[in-house]
Design a protein around this ligand. Structure first.
Ligand SMILES: Cc1cc2nc3c(=O)[nH]c(=O)nc-3n(C[C@H](O)[C@H](O)[C@H](O)COP(=O)(O)O)c2cc1C
Length: 359
């Protein structure tokens, strides 16, 4: 059996294998109401049928102003939770762990989806005033409004309420999105958090108080549910977050109740210079895993089954997430299993499809 196709515990649940689906926004709520629809259902269920161990939803906004685009999905009300329930059930019916990413886009909110325009959406087209840790814009986006201290204090409860709804809808894992330049990452980075109140730099120089309180609030809201945190291990800009700082963020989030870390990078600052190559973020996952002992997954340009297997055998990560490879082939894990001869019984294949396992 390959390591990729061996089961792995995630908090209190077990994933049947370590080939997971990374969160991917679909920008497909045409009514702009945050309600998932048939597109989201087909899209996510297909990866579970295709052998994934865990299927993560795209970033689901914990508040309407936390959407990246007007067409983003949400989990800020009970109607949305009800619409998510059959999707979570279908992922589970196919044998994968249903997981939901909880997010707030902060100053990167209210933007056009890629195929409708670029930059910020004006109010006349359904856009809204974005909010952030500080007043600085991301690149050419419209400037955000800096949140007041009291407004920041309400954010943990937004994430907690969203987590309660996600679990009520049948999701077995929730992930707090604190990466890619969105609101929680904006609070973590020295490049985007100039605050002098309790949500700015602490005595230790870290800007981790909001993340700590969000994780603690989610932990308290869903004590029996696996809790993951996605972090950007580096901002790829001098003066920004680096791996050493990320290890400290992980320690704080672990102490607040997080079970697992999903290690990505970048997205905070348009000046970033990323050294892209296959598996380029795997060393970050390894550094976090080795320093903290926390279970982690690697993500980013891990397209080949052999590369995924290597990251695991090598002890860099406990699982891998893939994004675009699943869009190219929703049966990525079935093909990978056949290629690696992952399971003696080939059991990740639905019985209806096993005649295709070998040519
Ligand atoms: C269409 C698309 C949408 C994405 N949306 C999200 C998202 O909602 N949340 C998130 O954390 N990352 C998002 N990402 C990043 C992916 O989760 C993943 O980290 C990235 O694509 C690198 O992995 P890959 O090389 O396997 O695609 C998105 C990526 C793509 C291609």
């Amino acid at each position: 059996m390959s390591v990729l196709f061996s089961p792995v515990p995630v908090g209190p649940v077990e994933a049947r294998n370590r080939a997971w689906v990374s969160p991917m926004c679909q920008y497909s709520c045409e009514q702009q109401d945050g309600m998932p629809n048939a597109w989201h259902h087909e899209h996510l269920a297909s990866f579970a049928r295709g052998g994934a161990g865990l299927v993560m939803t795209e970033a689901a906004a914990v508040a309407p102003e936390g959407r990246i685009s007007p067409q983003d999905v949400g989990i800020w009300n009970d109607d949305q939770a009800e619409a998510w329930a059959p999707i979570a059930a279908r992922i589970r019916a196919h044998g994968a762990v249903p997981a939901m990413q909880l997010a707030h886009a902060g100053r990167k909110a209210s933007t056009y989806r890629q195929w409708s325009g670029s930059g910020s959406v004006p109010a006349s087209e359904g856009g809204w005033q974005s909010v952030a840790a500080g007043p600085d814009a991301f690149g050419r986006y419209a400037p955000p409004r800096a949140l007041t201290s009291d407004e920041v204090a309400q954010l943990p409860e937004h994430f907690a309420a969203a987590a309660r709804r996600a679990v009520a809808a049948g999701f077995e894992v929730v992930e707090v999105h604190a990466a890619h330049g969105y609101l929680l990452h904006q609070f973590l980075s020295p490049l985007s958090n100039p605050r002098t109140d309790e949500w700015g730099a602490g005595a230790d120089g870290l800007r981790v108080e909001l993340l700590r309180q969000v994780v603690a609030a989610v932990r308290a809201a869903v004590p029996e549910t696996a809790l993951m945190v996605r972090l950007s291990a580096t901002d790829w800009v001098d003066g920004g977050i680096d791996v050493g700082m990320t290890i400290e963020h992980v320690r704080v989030a672990m102490a607040a109740g997080a079970d697992w870390f999903d290690i990505s990078s970048g997205g905070l600052d348009p000046r970033q210079e990323i050294a892209l190559r296959p598996g380029y973020q795997v060393p970050f996952a390894r550094a976090v895993r080795e320093a903290t002992g926390a279970p982690v997954n690697a993500v980013g340009l891990i397209d080949e089954p052999s590369l995924a297997e290597l990251a695991l055998v090598d002890g860099a990560a406990d699982a891998v997430m893939l994004g675009r490879p699943w869009l190219r082939n929703p049966h990525w894990a079935l093909v990978a299993e056949a290629e690696l001869d992952g399971r003696v019984d080939g059991s990740v294949w639905p019985p209806q499809y096993t005649r295709a396992r070998r040519a």
